[in-house]
Design a protein around this ligand. Structure first.
Ligand code: COA
Length: 294
């Protein structure tokens, strides 16, 4: 069967529509909304302070796998339904009940947890903003660290209370936090189990910024809009260069940067942004390149 270009576009639109509907429908523990290129994911277990259950981990793994290929998503905002970001791992469903599961099931769930909370967030081509209110505890600090930018309400409280129930920040939490925090900061909270204010989280570099609760949504919306206007290829290149450099010795990081650079230029079909600057159509300090040229 031969289809006209118009028919093909209609089929594509219908497929996208169906995919988007599926994206929202299939998840019980996540709320997914899409608007103007910004996909917001909310942990959706407010009655359990959005603690992360095995089901939530599985759903987040699937959702991030889909979003990676979703051309409509230019920015991801990760938040919690209700007034809390996330109370960490579900201490009943994840920590206690998992013990009786077969080893294979435990391994599968743990692998998904490890993958989505850092590798998948970091390697997602779209930037990810954490929007944090209320409690942000235990494994939720790993999620915060895994997001590219984190904005919290000044009333939010962060902490590693594991020591208070005779444990420690397990899974990949300690590994991730030792990358992000200086030992005197990280160990202070891991050893004492004391809560950290959003201002302290900002001071030690766990989050990008703490803002008054009344300004949080405006701040996150402006940030997401600012990112949604950028070239998706440039944003992807920024993330790749940043994270690969972080994990590589300087000479390897330099080589990786040299590989990303020509690919980004090629994917843009040349250097339209630089041409726009030379033609005095763009001031990069206050504007963004015209994406129509891509
Ligand atoms: N795992 C499983 N369930 C949790 C949870 C967690 N991490 N955090 C909260 N919940 C559940 C509670 O068990 C309770 O469930 P119930 O209504 O069926 O009894 C519900 O969420 C509300 O919790 P509650 O303690 O009544 O609310 P609160 O607003 O007074 O306190 C917290 C909220 C988050 C401070 C408190 O629940 C808490 O300390 N949770 C443990 C946090 C933690 O140690 N996280 C680290 C995990 S690695």
């Amino acid at each position: 069967m031969n289809c006209s270009k118009g028919e093909i576009n209609t089929i594509r639109t219908n497929i996208n529509k169906e995919e988007n509907e599926n994206m929202s429908m299939n998840y019980e523990t996540l709320l997914v909304t899409k608007e103007s290129g910004i996909t917001t994911i909310a942990f959706n277990r407010p009655e359990k302070r959005n603690a992360m259950s095995p089901q939530l981990h599985g759903e987040m793994f699937d959702l991030l796998t889909e979003l990676r290929y979703d051309k409509e998503t230019r920015v991801v905002v990760l938040t919690g339904a209700g007034e809390n970001f996330c109370a960490g791992q579900d201490l009943k469903q994840y920590s206690l009940e998992m013990e009786s599961q077969p080893q294979r099931v435990r391994d599968e769930v743990r692998e998904k947890v490890r993958r989505w909370r850092n590798e998948m967030l970091r390697t997602l081509p779209q930037p990810v903003i954490a929007r944090i209110t209320g409690w942000c505890l235990g494994g939720a600090l790993t999620v915060t660290a895994g997001c590219d930018i984190a904005i919290a309400s000044e009333e939010a409280l962060f902490g590693l209370p594991e020591v208070n129930f005779g444990h420690f920040p397990a899974g990949e939490t300690t590994a991730v936090l030792t990358e992000h925090l200086q030992p005197k900061h990280g160990l202070y909270y891991a050893l004492t189990g004391k809560m950290m204010s959003a201002k302290d989280a900002e001071r030690i570099g766990l989050i990008s910024k703490a803002v008054p609760r009344a300004e949080l949504d405006k701040e996150v919306a402006e940030l997401a809009k600012c990112l949604a206007e950028k070239s998706p290829m440039a944003l992807k290149a920024v993330k790749e260069a940043w994270y690969y450099s972080w994990y590589s010795p300087p000479d390897v990081a330099f080589e990786i940067s040299n590989l990303i650079s020509p690919r980004t230029i090629h994917e843009h079909g040349g250097r339209p942004g630089l041409e726009q600057f030379v033609q005095k159509k763009l001031r990069p300090v206050s504007g963004v390149m015209n994406l129509q040229k891509e």
